[in-house]
Design a protein around this ligand. Structure first.
Ligand code: SF4
Length: 275
């Protein structure tokens, strides 16, 4: 896919977070070249004047470093998360190094740093990550084969590369976790993902796919075109999604508890039920 790249002067770079586990959040880019079919962040197009399809544009915040205040003490020991509506290691980061330069800035204040990515490019910055006393890196994994990942997350690293990334983080004593989410019905084999990764990580996070509106349409089209044997199951799932997620949530908790697996659940389907 051709990516429209725009260098921008952003107005802010570190903002107060409304995520449950972070005080501040940093998004070095607008848009994301991973182009995941289930991406929840595509709403950003509305706020940033983009009409292009999600995944086909990216704005690079070239002034990111200058946007940090001179006195950064207030971030010391606060939890800082990269990133909520982009991948800080999307393909542009290789050339622009915006995330790398942000990390250099943050070392002096030692926040509680948390980074989540689907890219092996993060291994480039292991030297900096090792400088943080409190740092955790998550790799998102939603499927267990390179072929499926290529369909779901065409711009991201393959699953083999993500496993190698976890291994490298582990070997460098960087606390790593796997974010299994959004869990896609009948596609995300979370038990298999746990088996593939458990040697390298200290925790798992689980999130259900919030399939609604255009996200549901795009995911359903992807299923129809690439996993046609699941088409009818997806229709059934959609009609019974709260029951499906109740069972999935309960199965995960039971499995993790019985196998002594450190885990956190981010299932929000009960909110769907209320609406
Ligand atoms: S990596 Fe995250 S922000 Fe980027 S396209 Fe995928 S889901 Fe969206």
């Amino acid at each position: 896919m051709n990516i429209k790249i725009t260098e921008i002067n952003a107005r802010s770079i570190i903002t107060k977070s409304n995520l449950p586990d972070a005080d501040y959040v940093i998004n070095p880019y607008v848009g994301c070249t991973h182009a995941c079919v289930y991406c929840y962040a595509r709403f950003m197009r509305r706020f940033t004047g983009h009409n292009e399809p999600w995944g086909s544009f990216i704005d690079v915040k070239i002034n990111a470093e200058e946007l940090f205040p001179r006195n950064m003490d207030k971030y010391s020991n606060k939890s800082v998360f990269l990133s909520s509506v982009t991948d800080p290691y999307n393909s542009l980061e290789k050339e622009y190094r915006i995330t790398r330069n942000i990390l250099k800035k943050l070392i002096s204040v030692q926040p509680v740093l948390s980074i989540q990515s689907k890219s092996s490019l993060i291994t480039r910055d292991i030297d900096l990550l090792r400088e943080f006393k409190n740092c955790r890196v998550g790799l998102t994994i939603t499927s267990d084969t390179n072929e499926t990942a290529k369909i779901l997350e065409p711009g991201a690293s393959g699953i083999d590369d993500r496993l190698t990334t976890l291994k490298m983080l582990h070997e460098n004593n960087i606390d790593a976790y796997v974010f299994i989410g959004p869990i896609l019905p009948y596609i995300t084999n979370w038990k298999k993902i746990i088996d593939m990764t458990k040697k390298f990580v200290t925790m798992y996070m689980f999130e259900n796919a919030n399939l609604h509106g255009t996200i549901w349409k795009d995911v359903k089209n992807t299923v129809n075109n690439n996993f046609s044997d699941l088409s009818q199951k997806y229709d059934y799932f959609y009609a019974h999604r709260n029951e499906y997620w109740d069972k999935e949530e309960s199965d995960i908790i039971t499995y993790c508890t019985e196998n002594d697996i450190n885990h956190k659940m981010y299932f929000d389907h009960k909110k769907i039920r209320k609406n």
